[in-house]
Structures are given as C-alpha cells and as structure tokens.
Design a protein around this ligand. Sequence first.
Ligand SMILES: N=c1c2ncn([C@@H]3O[C@H](COP(=O)(O)OP(=O)(O)OP(=O)(O)O)[C@@H](O)[C@H]3O)c2ncn1[C@@H]1O[C@H](COP(=O)(O)O)[C@@H](O)[C@H]1O
Length: 102
Amino acid sequence: MDPLDRLEATIHARRVAADAGSSYVASLFAKGRAKIAQKVGEEATETVIAALAEPDTLASEATDLVFHLLVLLADAGLGLDDIRAELVRREGVSGHVEKAAR
Ligand SMILES: N=c1c2ncn([C@@H]3O[C@H](COP(=O)(O)OP(=O)(O)OP(=O)(O)O)[C@@H](O)[C@H]3O)c2ncn1[C@@H]1O[C@H](COP(=O)(O)O)[C@@H](O)[C@H]1O
C-alpha cells in the first residue's frame, strides 16, 4: 500500500476510535473542524515560508501540510479518492482554457 493510503487508513481508524491523550490525530478530531482548518492554514504558511527562505525544509513542511489536509478531508467525510476523482476530471484541461471558459 502507498504511504499516503496507509496514512489515510490510520487517520480514519483514529477518527473511529482513539484516545486524544495518546493520539495526535484523535486530538485534532476532538478539537473540531475549525481547529483542524487552522492547522492547515498554519502549515500552508510554513510551507510558503520554507519555499521562499528555507528550501531544505520544504519537503518536510509540505508533508506537514498534506498530513493536516488529510485530517481535514477526513473530518468532512472526504479522502484521497475524492482528490483522485477531481484530478482525473481535470486531466488534460489547461488551467488557461478552464479559466477562459468561466
Ligand atoms: N504524519 C504524521 C504527522 N505529521 C506531523 N504530525 C504532527 O503534527 C504536529 C504539528 O506540529 P505543531 O507544532 O504545528 O502542532 P502542535 O504544537 O502540537 O499543535 P498546536 O497546539 O500548536 O496547534 C506535531 O505534533 C507532529 O508530530 C504528525 N502526526 C502523526 N502523523 C501520522 O499519523 C499517525 C497517527 O498519529 P497518532 O494519532 O498521534 O497516533 C502517525 O503514526 C503518523 O503516521
């Protein structure tokens, strides 16, 4: 199994049954969607800062962002399959063409 799929499975398992005291993911779910969304915003900002000022840390910061985004998606009942479906839907459509058609 791909590491992203394994992480998603772990996140879902934590959502169903885990103690917030021993599981960071469970503690995020316990704090609620607003807090999870805030963490995604923080990690996005840290990713931008890394890209501009500390490229050596970019992969690590981007991983934090993806991790928290997966938690946010799970909280909303969404997951990697939804992202895959959306990517497939967009495949071959240039961003310029899509924007011009709006
Ligand atoms: N991939 C990750 C992962 N990436 C980052 N993090 C945590 O995300 C947190 C982000 O750090 P911050 O300083 O921003 O957060 P914080 O200070 O704790 O939070 P605030 O109180 O400041 O909001 C850190 O505690 C990191 O350890 C992760 N925690 C867990 N996982 C995966 O999730 C699995 C389940 O984790 P648990 O639910 O803790 O068992 C783990 O086995 C890992 O595979």
